[in-house]
Design a protein around this ligand. Structure first.
Ligand code: FAD
Length: 215
C-alpha cells in the first residue's frame, strides 16, 4: 500500500496556527499516530516565542538588573547608573529567541511526522482548508490562531505612531529609536512589561513618567 503524500488524502487533523496551542496539538496528534498538517503564516512558535513570553521576560530581566544596579545601596553596595544601550539588549533578546527556535522549527515538526505548510490558511468548508494553492482535507480542523493586540480607535494615534508587543519584540523597530521612545511607552494604557523596562532602563524622564513598577 503506497503512503499518502504531503497535502494529499484526508488528514486526521489540520491545525491553523503554529503558536503554543497549535504546536502542542500537532505534536500530540502525530505522537498518537494521527496524520496532521500544521499551517503558519508568520513565525513558527507564535506569540510566546516571538512576541510574548520569551522576549518580554528577557527585556524584564535586563530591566531588573538595571534597577538593581541603581538601587545597589539597598544591598550594602555602591549604586551605579547603568549605561543602557537598547541595541545590545535587543540583540540579547534575539539571541535567546534563536536558542529556543529549533524546538518550534519546521524541521523539528516535520521530523515528528507533522506536514508543515507555511502560508495564510482560509477555511473552505467544515472539512477543508486552503493554504496558498493547496487544498487540505481533514476530519478535524483546529483553529489555534491566537490573538492580536487591538489598536484602540483614538483620534491621532495613527499619525503619532504606536508600538505593540509585535513591533517591540519582533525586531522591526527594535534597535533603532527605542531609547528615545522608551519615554513614550509609559503613556497610559501601555503594557506593564514595556513600562517595567523603560522605567529602569530609560532616561530619568522616563523613570518619572513610569506609572508603577513591577514586583
Ligand atoms: C507581551 C506578552 C508576554 C507574555 N508572557 C507570557 C508568559 O510569561 N507566560 C505565559 O504563559 N504566557 C505569556 N503570554 C501569553 C502567550 O504568549 C499566549 O498565551 C500564547 O502565545 C497563546 O498561544 P496560541 O497558540 O493560542 O496563539 P499564538 O501564539 O498567537 O499563535 C497563533 C498563530 O496563528 C497564526 N495564524 C493566525 N491566523 C492564521 C491564518 N489564517 N493562517 C495561518 N496562520 C495563522 C499566527 O501567525 C500565530 O503564529 C504573553 C503574551 C504577551 C503578548
Amino acid at each position: 500500500m503506497g503512503s499518502t503524500g504531503k497535502g494529499e488524502g484526508v488528514y486526521n487533523v489540520v491545525v491553523i496556527g503554529a503558536g503554543t496551542a497549535g504546536l502542542v496539538t500537532a505534536a500530540g496528534t502525530a505522537g498518537l499516530g494521527g496524520r496532521v498538517a500544521l499551517i503558519e503564516r508568520n513565525r513558527m512558535g507564535g506569540d510566546c516565542l516571538n512576541f510574548g513570553c520569551v522576549p518580554s521576560k528577557a527585556l524584564i530581566r535586563s530591566s531588573r538588573v538595571a534597577a538593581l544596579m541603581r538601587r545597589a545601596d539597598l544591598y550594602a553596595l555602591d549604586p551605579v547608573k547603568p549605561l543602557v544601550d537598547y541595541g545590545r539588549v535587543a540583540r540579547r533578546v534575539k539571541a535567546l529567541r534563536a536558542r529556543l527556535e529549533p524546538n518550534d522549527s519546521v524541521e523539528r515538526f516535520e521530523r515528528l511526522g507533522v506536514d508543515v505548510f507555511p502560508g495564510e490558511a482560509s477555511l473552505e468548508s467544515a472539512h477543508s482548508v486552503r493554504v496558498d494553492g493547496t487544498l487540505l482535507r481533514a476530519r478535524n480542523i483546529v483553529l489555534a490562531t491566537g490573538g492580536r493586540a487591538v489598536v484602540p480607535d483614538v483620534p491621532g494615534l495613527k499619525e503619532a505612531g504606536f508600538e505593540t508587543n509585535e513591533t517591540i519584540s519582533g525586531g522591526r523597530t527594535c534597535c533603532t529609536a527605542r531609547t528615545r521612545t522608551s519615554r513614550r511607552w509609559c503613556r497610559p494604557g501601555w503594557r506593564r512589561t514595556a513600562c517595567a523596562f523603560s522605567s529602569a532602563a530609560g532616561s530619568s524622564r522616563s523613570s518619572q513618567a513610569a506609572p508603577r513598577r513591577t514586583a
